[in-house]
Design a binder for this molecule. Sequence first.
Ligand SMILES: C[S@@+](CC[C@H](N)C(=O)[O-])C[C@H]1O[C@@H](n2cnc3c(N)ncnc32)[C@H](O)[C@@H]1O
Length: 261
Amino acid sequence: MDTIRVGQHWNRNAEAWTTMARAGYDVYRDCLNTPTFLAMLPDVEGRLGLDLGCGEGHNTRLLAQQGATMIGIDIASRFLQYARQTELEKPLGINYIQGSGPHLPFAANTFDFITAFMSLMDIPQPSHVLEECHRVLKPGGFLQFSISHPCSDTPIHRKRKDKQGAVQAIELGGYFQRLEGAIDEWTFSSAPEEIRNQWPAFQIPRFTQPLSAWLNQLVDAGLMIERVGEPFPNEETIAVCPHIADARVWPYFLHIRCRKP
Ligand SMILES: C[S@@+](CC[C@H](N)C(=O)[O-])C[C@H]1O[C@@H](n2cnc3c(N)ncnc32)[C@H](O)[C@@H]1O
């Protein structure tokens, strides 16, 4: 599947995704993924940053609130409409641009840093995106990204529950198989049924590759890994957000920060 088709799928997901995420139902993002990502992020105050695959701009706004000058880029125009509308209502100086990760419309050595929250694994041939990130980063600049953990987000993935119904383990398979746009259907599991049922399930084109492919593509792009995170919720987080308890059983997310020498 090419990037244009991928963008068409994300355009169709945009209204439901934005509405439910803004209503607080993207709990894995809000309780775990974004807080741990930001905790690993170096100081960005006064820096020029690109948020790649910014969606409706939730995380782009958090970076702007930390004092960064932000540009958000996404392939899906409908997500950008929501992002721009919010920027009009509550300006943070963010510029949103429609574009595609493998062909970034910026000059070489432009950005102090790039973030990509849960977007690189949604783009065919992420190696091209990593090369582009290297090109548009200034020397000394960094890329920090989160992806679905390649060791657990495999083509076969089944939860095993104990007698009380708690998730105890997962069965995994197809780790070495490369999905190239197979459609995955799901929605935010914490949303009540009457909310979820207002839209069809998200249709998400999946692209998978083993962990070694990700790491070797970073090396081949000329980026040096300096920090890795596998976020999991502590007891206090589970007390506030019990819905994400299964994130203690297997790694949902992988965070990597790497730098252009
Ligand atoms: C899982 S969403 C994440 C959105 C946002 N970063 C967040 O954390 O809420 C993946 C995003 O990647 C975007 N995307 C997919 N292919 C892209 C491409 N080739 N270039 C830029 N963005 C792309 C989608 O439109 C979507 O907004």
